[in-house]
Design a protein around this ligand. Structure first.
Ligand code: ACO
Length: 439
């Protein structure tokens, strides 16, 4: 029988028997939550073998101290603090500080961080001209990513690798300017003048005012709306090595700039299988409603692989029980809509869809549950955020995670450029054929 699997785990080493008779002992790394990883760093040099793991479902790319999640138990913690506690008590700026710097800020540290955010809220005036160059059809995620990349043309981030000061300035710049960029791209899309940031407001209220005030009428942010936004941003703030964060780390590993790395992360987030799902969920639910509201029909469609249709906002690579963020958001949905006096028929459709899916063998067997994106769009819509801005909101929330993970990578003296290998399955050597002799 071919022996090509890890056969034994002896104390802190795993022993791997290969089909050609080789044996190799590999170190096992154990995390603080008792997660175990076989360190294959010497595998190729000692045996000539690599591992194969498309989609990296079984591959650890780093050791991190930022976020812990247990997909089987539905646990999510930032720097050890359960997401439910943060969602119920914290401000987004505190959580951002926690993720980037590793501890909850004391009052003095938080005040300094907020001052810094205020100091960096304005864009260079020249950058405003960029907005007029985008077509009216441009998706706000395309604008956001381009604008974040272009920040490197205005602000040097070379000192960002000096995490004792350079990063502080660049982190605050990004955290603050992304909010201004997001609001300006919305204003551009609806043809209204830009509204400048106001220092006296909180992070979320400031953003909402830039979105919804007009020169002829100021905007007083409703505390219910501010709280809802604060909650959503916290829930999105980090999620360990997801697609966009892995992208940020990959780009950063080549020592590309902080702005370039984050801009790439924004683009990875945009995809409908990742952060873009929040927009797709609402579009799907609206489509189902317009079609007569027959949920069963769409559940059956999702089960039929030839249809190419998936229930957006369902399923997760890591969560195989429930997504704790979805649980918090679902509860918040009812509260926020009630407080704002809004009845959204799409919320009822979403709940029906969840109920039917969760009692259907297809979804149960595959452990497909609503993820963070399933209910978030309903709150965003209730607080006035347009549908094509939903993924931008996700990016605003995820930014501290991207910055924190970028910092962690840069602080790690052992980090190497990300460069996976492949198993080549193409033609073996063939001779070049002159064009006149080709078929
Ligand atoms: N609807 C119907 N079937 C699904 C769904 C879904 N939403 N998600 C997964 N499945 C099925 C797959 O067809 C597959 O079935 P099979 O075993 O019969 O082939 C099985 O469940 C496993 O799915 P994979 O695609 O292998 O799971 P993976 O971990 O690679 O993908 C993902 C996870 C991308 C989230 C997937 O569940 C999906 O496409 N969901 C819809 C998009 C979405 O909501 N994305 C947001 C994720 S959360 C976030 O990124 C913020």
């Amino acid at each position: 029988m071919t022996q090509n699997v890890v056969r034994e785990i002896v104390s802190n080493n795993a022993v791997l028997y290969l089909p050609d008779g080789q044996t190799i002992e590999l170190p096992v790394i154990t995390g603080t939550e008792n997660e175990k990883a076989i360190d294959i760093g010497k595998l190729r040099s000692q045996t000539g073998h690599i591992t194969m793991d498309p989609g990296y479902g079984n591959t650890g790319s780093c050791q991190s101290t930022i976020t812990f999640l247990d997909g089987e138990k539905g646990i999510l913690r930032y720097r050890g603090i359960p997401i439910e506690q943060l969602a119920g008590n914290a401000r987004f700026t505190e959580v951002a500080y926690l993720i980037i710097y590793g501890k909850l800020p004391n009052q003095q540290e938080l005040d300094a961080f907020r001052d810094s955010l205020n100091q960096h809220a304005l864009l260079h005036e020249d950058m405003k001209h960029f907005f007029s160059s985008f077509s009216g059809q441009a998706h706000p995620m395309a604008i956001l990513s381009a604008m974040v990349a272009s920040l490197s043309g205005y602000y040097s981030d070379e000192s960002a690798v000096d995490t004792n000061g350079g990063l502080d300035v660049n982190a605050a710049r990004l955290m603050s300017k992304i909010r201004t960029l997001a609001a300006f791209s919305y204003k551009k899309s609806i043809g209204q003048p830009f509204v400048y940031p106001r220092d006296s407001l909180s992070y979320c209220a400031n953003f909402l005012r830039m979105m919804f005030a007009v020169p002829s009428r100021d905007y007083e942010p409703d505390p219910v709306v501010v709280e809802a936004l604060n909650l959503l941003l916290i829930l999105h703030a980090d999620h360990e090595q997801n697609c966009s964060t892995a992208t940020v780390r990959t780009v950063a590993s080549s020592h590309a700039s902080l702005y370039a790395s984050i801009s790439a992360g924004i683009l990875a987030l945009w995809g409908p299988l990742h952060g873009g799902a929040n927009q797709k969920v609402i579009e799907m639910l609206e489509h189902i409603r317009a079609d007569g509201g027959n949920i069963r029909k769409f559940i059956d469609l999702a089960k039929d692989k030839s249809s190419g249709f998936r229930i957006m906002g369902f399923g997760h690579r890591v969560y195989k029980n429930f997504d704790p963020r979805a649980t918090v958001i679902k509860n918040a949905c009812d509260k926020v809509l009630n407080k704002l006096g809004i009845e959204d028929p799409v919320l009822d459709l979403a709940k029906q869809m969840e109920e039917i899916a969760l009692s259907d063998d297809y979804f149960v067997e595959r452990k497909l549950y609503p993820n963070v994106d399933f209910y978030s769009g309903i709150i965003y819509r209730a607080i006035g955020i347009p549908v094509d801005m939903f993924t931008v909101m996700f990016a605003l929330g995820r930014l501290p995670g991207w910055i924190g993970q970028w910092k962690e990578l840069m602080d790690d003296p052992t980090h190497r450029i990300t460069r996976p290998r492949q198993v080549y399955q193409g033609q073996t050597v063939v001779d070049y054929v002159a064009i006149e002799n080709r078929d």
